[in-house]
Structures are given as structure tokens and as C-alpha cells.
Design a protein around this ligand. Structure first.
Ligand SMILES: [Zn+2]
Ligand SMILES: [Zn+2]
Length: 159
């Protein structure tokens, strides 16, 4: 994650205008590691900046994601979730409460990548799906999966 001065520099390098709104939205994303939706960020920013609109927040997030200044995560979710952490990392996704947790693991970053049909893999992100600690306990020991089963999805599957 970038500090605010680094973020401002990165925006300028990419030819993006540095607006107060963009900084507010980025700051909001830096404050959390729970991969919020555009709407959650909107509610957070609105507290300090009441005139901001959801459309602006959404558009800003999409622009920042297009320029790789933030990440975008959409596992099992109808709504895009955004990620202030643009370093390579992986996600644990709870099938019940849809919580997303980060995993930074050098070993997962060093998988032997498949070579097939001349396809060049430039990046990958592994999404582990299952039940978080809270949900396992909440269902009183009985595994409750919302329409899914425990599974692992490899975006760039290791050999
Ligand atoms: Zn959960
Ligand atoms: Zn993440």
C-alpha cells in the first residue's frame, strides 16, 4: 500500500488528476483490510465529505483499479470489492459471511506455473474458499455453506 504522498506521485505518473475526492477515497481504502464494496467506502467517505455521490466513488475506484493503484476482487460476490494492497497476495474467502482475508505467503507466490499453448502467465491470485473461524463456531460445529462446498480455486494453478 502506498502512503498518501506516494499515491499522489503515482497518480501523477499515470497521468491522473489528483483530486481531493480521489485522495479521500484512497484514504478510506487504506484504513481497512476488509476489502470493502464501493458502497461501504461511500458511507465511510460521506461522513467527512457529505456531498460525495456513490457514482463518483464507484467511478473513482474503477479508475484507480484500471491504473493498478488499487486491486479489485470479485470472488463469489455480486458487487466488486476493492483492495488497497496491490502487492501479490492471496485470499481466504468465507462462503458463509463472504469475508475476505489476505494471505501473504512467499511460497504461494513461487508456484511452478503451467506452460500451455504458449500462454504467458503474468500474475495469479489464489482464492481459498471455506468457512471462517466465526462461521464455523456460529453454526455450532455443523458446517453451513451457503450453496457452495469447500473448494479451492486457482487462478494460476500450480503444476
Ligand atoms: Zn464467515
Ligand atoms: Zn487482499
Amino acid at each position: 500500500m502506498l502512503t498518501i504522498p506516494d499515491f499522489i506521485d503515482a497518480c501523477r505518473e499515470k497521468g491522473l488528476n489528483v483530486t481531493y475526492q480521489r485522495i479521500m477515497i484512497y484514504k478510506s481504502l487504506l484504513r481497512t483490510n476488509n476489502h470493502p464494496t464501493a458502497e461501504a467506502i461511500y458511507h465511510d467517505v460521506k461522513a467527512e465529505y457529505p456531498s460525495i455521490s456513490l457514482a463518483t466513488v464507484y467511478k473513482t475506484l474503477e479508475t484507480l483499479a484500471e491504473h493498478d493503484l488499487i486491486g479489485k476482487v470479485t470472488p463469489l460476490h455480486d458487487l466488486a470489492r476493492y483492495d488497497g494492497d496491490t502487492q501479490q497476495h492471496h485470499h481466504l474467502v468465507c462462503l458463509n459471511c463472504r469475508k475476505i482475508m489476505d494471505i501473504h505467503d512467499e511460497q504461494l507466490n513461487q508456484l511452478n506455473l503451467p506452460r500451455k499453448n504458449g500462454f504467458h502467465i503474468s500474475s495469479y491470485r489464489i482464492q481459498f474458499e471455506g468457512l471462517c473461524d466465526d462461521c464455523q463456531h456460529r453454526s455450532n460445529g455443523r458446517l453451513k455453506t451457503a450453496g457452495g462446498k469447500e473448494q479451492t480455486t486457482f487462478c494460476g494453478k500450480g503444476a
